[in-house]
Design a protein around this ligand. Structure first.
Ligand code: KG4
Ligand code: ZN
Length: 399
């Protein structure tokens, strides 16, 4: 159901619902939730039917705007959300082949995230729900990331991951492990979450972005470091594993970023190539291949060793959390879940420990609104609606 012609926004493949069977979608069991997401630097809207069939998913990324600052600038993010929210929602409705009147509820991210960014989606969602006379559902962004994994299973025609599960959410803003339980209450699925551990300082994606900045490898750093790591020796440099006193399921990634900084200070011979890459980036040459050609073996070893340390830490603590909590499966979601080494290590370790591991596709790993609509669906079925007092909650915990 992809629209033909030029695509101004990234589009997630529509699954399950080919046009031929569309009428059946509009039956009683196929309530359509319009999801809206604006918690960070992606303005997204999606229509999801029955909580698991993606009719459309539109994501307008702001990466190009924040790139020159090496991170998300909150004021710029809010302004861009304001510019994008109306066309993005319109595109999501059009690509789903529906009209706003077909929407049964509006689900919007209420937090956590940047307050100004969240407010754009919330305000628009509120007004839209009111104008349509349809319920408004408030969704925790992190719960959305959990549901991205369920969406992927549905898209692939696979059964849902076994519950209870342990979910690692790992992105530029979050690195946290939850114990996830689901039960049926009054005919509706009810999910509950217990935080097992999380980062005490930087998120893993943030460490990728900061190290990429130190090495002049562009923004966001994760995708390029992921590709370059394949060309280096991951055992060349040893980074000390952070010792987590108190909770062994906590993470800390600020130390490794500082270790990379000190490594570069000790190896001043790497500075000229950093300067050359800075110039290349300034000329707009940011592809991984171009940056690799401008990187010495010593830099590629550093990248591979950094990635190995981060991936080892994420995999080891998550597997241990799953074993200790008696989880039946592991879910991994968020932007860093796209990392190839992370996926390979999780797959190998999970097999060794006889536990299933599930990842969303790349498009569903990063921020999107299909996951918000999916997470909103059980709340819609359970009648958990919001009123006009719904507000942004930048530090909203997941419970
Ligand atoms: O989930 P996301 O799109 O946005 C939030 O942070 O919420 O995640 C973006 C983060 C960035 O830090 C980016 O560097 C990282 O995910 N990332 C990756 C990869 N792709 C994106 N990190 C490692 N390997 C990747 N392949
Ligand atoms: Zn996110």
């Amino acid at each position: 159901m992809r629209a033909s012609g030029p695509q101004p926004y990234a589009t997630i493949n529509v699954v399950g619902s080919e046009r031929a069977g569309f009428e059946t979608f509009l039956s009683a069991q196929s309530k359509i939730i319009l999801g809206i997401e604006s918690s960070c630097d992606e303005t997204a809207a999606a229509a999801v039917s029955g909580g698991e069939r993606i009719l459309s998913s539109i994501v307008a990324s702001q990466i190009a705007i924040h790139r020159k600052y090496g991170g998300v600038v909150p004021e710029l993010a809010s302004r861009e959300h304001l510019r994008q929210i109306v066309p993005v929602v319109r595109e999501a409705v059009e690509q789903a082949g529906i009209t706003l009147q077909n929407v049964d509820a509006v689900a919007v991210t209420r937090g956590p995230g940047l307050v100004g960014a969240l407010l754009v989606g919330i305000t628009y969602g509120k007004v839209l729900a009111q104008a349509l006379g349809k319920p408004l559902i408030g969704v925790n962004h992190l719960e959305g990331h959990v549901h991205a994994v369920f969406l992927e299973a549905a898209a692939a025609g696979l059964p849902r991951p076994g519950m209870p599960a342990v979910c690692l959410i790992v992105s530029g803003g979050h690195t946290v492990i939850y114990f996830v339980k689901s039960e049926v209450q009054n005919g509706a699925a009810h999910f509950s979450y217990t935080r097992i551990g999380g980062t005490r300082d930087d998120a893993a994606g943030e460490a990728y972005d900061k190290v990429a900045r130190l090495l002049a490898l562009g923004y966001p750093g994760g995708p390029v470091l992921d590709q370059l790591a394949a060309y280096g020796d991951a055992r060349a440099i040893r980074f000390n594993e952070p010792k987590m006193r108190g909770n062994v399921f906590d993470f800390s990634f600020s130390g490794i970023k500082t270790a990379v900084l000190y490594h570069l200070r000790r190896h001043s011979e790497l500075q000229p190539e950093i300067d050359t890459r800075k110039e290349a980036l300034a000329r707009g040459e940011r592809g991984a291949d171009a940056l690799r050609r401008l990187s010495s073996a010593a830099t590629l070893d550093l990248v591979a060793s950094f990635q190995r340390a981060v991936v080892d830490d994420l995999v080891t603590r998550t597997i241990a959390a799953a074993q200790q909590s008696g989880a039946r499966s592991i879910l991994v979601s968020g932007g860093v879940a796209a990392n190839r080494q992370l996926r390979a290590r999780f797959a190998a370790e999970a097999k060794r420990h006889k536990i299933d591991v599930f990842f969303p596709s790349r498009a569903l790993s990063t921020d999107n609104a299909a996951m918000i609509a999916a997470a909103g669906y059980p709340r819609f079925v359970a009648g958990q609606h919001e009123d006009a007092t719904l507000n942004a909650e930048p530090n909203l915990p997941l419970v």
